[in-house]
Design a protein around this ligand. Structure first.
Ligand code: ADP
Ligand code: ASP
Ligand code: MG
Length: 419
């Protein structure tokens, strides 16, 4: 007998029929003799609906109340799934984050899990229950309801698996695993049987929303065996989805590039005509950091006659606020000529641990984009990724062009690895 944590996302829970299917799948694992903890998301579209409702009543909502509202979608889901399980004769008990005692910090809408009390869950498992836990939510030390950021039910799933030292955490979603890129954008995307933890972490942090980044971080920290699978297969399917692995196995498929991530969440800001002298980068980014705004890519041009341009990206939600800070504080303080912003950009990233040992990946990337006349506005590299910023309208084209150029539609072969 093993202990399995299964997480079902919004589409998997999207209708009464889908919930019945989830219940049937859970029943299968119970009948096979496993103990099962199920984490569920709100029904698809529900969290968006709730947040829109809140903003209709108050365009500048109090974050505490917003979390009270946003967390309710998951509460409905746990009750519904418990009822569907009862109907099948499976003993099941629903639990909110508060009832489990998923303790988080107090950063509303992006809270971090601090600890999980597994006592109540263990008791219910011991009496033969399936425990159905609400994803995405917790409580802070003062008992306030918090939420874990969009896509946060993944993190609840992996964190519970870590707390319970479960044998496996299965993330059921509307695709049958992790692909070389989002199959919705690139029809040639190929499912990967395995992906290393490091690559998954990079893909998630660069925008692949198939797993929330914090769930991957948790899996890494506590060595949770994590798998992504489809809830749309037959409930008796033995398909294994994609396994996130921790060791670079010699026999494992080892492509130089394992995937392409993209996101439209950033905006670019350029401070034009900046005097090129010590302390200027700090004068520009200091006030931005003081306002708790995270900066991603940064570029400073070579200076001409002592003047230069300084560009950086921030999250699109922080764009207006950053522009205001620069206009009102920074521009007069450093005597910059202008502040120019563009929130119609996208970041496209190649990810692969093979980049460590293979040169020429970036130049092949740039050549492929230039052949399609896609202008690269910014570049950033690390050991296992190369990212470019392009005009948002070319994002999908860029993903498809790169997918083809790096032959990601084909399994890694010796030949391709040498290419
Ligand atoms: P859930 O509601 O189950 O949490 P999400 O919509 O959050 O599902 O995540 C699944 C989606 O992630 C897929 O439908 C797919 O469009 C998207 N996705 C992005 N990148 C990838 C990738 N590399 N592999 C698979 N799916 C991806
Ligand atoms: N319901 C939440 C969201 O839509 C959490 C999740 O689905 O993981 O972001
Ligand atoms: Mg998700």
């Amino acid at each position: 007998m093993s202990l399995i944590v299964q997480k079902y996302g919004g589409t998997s829970m999207g209708s009464p029929e889908r919930i019945r299917e989830v219940a049937r799948r859970v029943e299968r694992f119970v009948k096979e003799g496993h103990q099962v903890v199920v984490v569920v998301s709100a029904m698809s579209g529900e969290t968006n609906r709730l947040l829109a409702l809140a903003k209709e009543l108050n365009p500048d909502p109090d974050p505490r109340e917003l979390d009270v509202i946003a967390s309710t979608g998951e509460q409905v889901s746990i009750g519904l799934l418990a009822l569907a399980l009862h109907k099948l004769g499976v003993k099941a008990k629903s639990c909110t984050g508060f009832q489990v005692r998923i303790l988080t910090d107090d950063a509303y809408s992006k809270a971090r899990i601090l600890s999980i009390d597994e006592e109540n869950m263990r008791r219910d498992l011991a009496t033969g229950h399936v425990v159905v836990v609400a994803g995405f939510q917790g409580i802070d030390a003062k008992g306030n309801i918090t939420t874990l950021g969009r896509g946060g039910s993944d993190t609840t799933g992996v964190a519970l698996a870590a707390a319970l030292t479960a044998d496996e955490c299965q993330i059921y979603t509307d695709v049958d695993g992790v692909y070389t890129t989002d199959p919705r954008v690139c029809p040639d995307a190929r499912r990967l049987d395995t992906i290393t933890f490091e690559e998954m972490l990079e893909l998630a942090s660069l925008g692949s929303k198939v797993l929330q980044i914090r769930s991957v971080e948790f899996a890494g920290k506590y060595k949770v065996k994590l798998r992504v699978l489809s809830s749309f297969t037959d409930v008796n399917s033995t398909d294994m989805g994609t396994l996130i692995t921790f060791e670079e196995d010699q026999n494992m498929e080892q492509a130089i590039i394992s995937g392409i991530a993209f996101n439209r969440d950033e905006a670019k800001i350029t401070v034009v005509g900046v005097p090129d002298r010590p302390g200027v980068a700090f004068a520009i980014l200091g006030p931005v950091a003081d306002a708790n705004i995270e900066v991603d890519m940064i570029i400073q041009n070579a200076s001409i006659e002592g003047m230069t341009d300084f560009s950086f990206t921030v999250h699109r939600n922080d764009f207006k606020r950053t522009m205001q800070i620069l206009e009102s504080n920074v521009k007069p303080a450093i005597g910059a000529r202008a502040i120019v912003g563009d929130d119609k950009i996208a970041k496209v990233s190649l990810v692969g641990i093979g980049m460590r040992t293979h040169a020429g990946i970036a130049s092949k990337m740039f050549r492929s984009l230039s052949e399609e006349r896609i202008n690269i506005q910014m570049i950033s590299t690390s050991e296992i990724k190369t990212s470019v910023v392009v005009d948002e309208k070319y994002m999908e084209l860029a993903v498809r062009v790169l997918h083809k150029a790096f032959e990601l539609d084909k399994p890694a072969t010796e030949e391709r690895m040498k290419a």
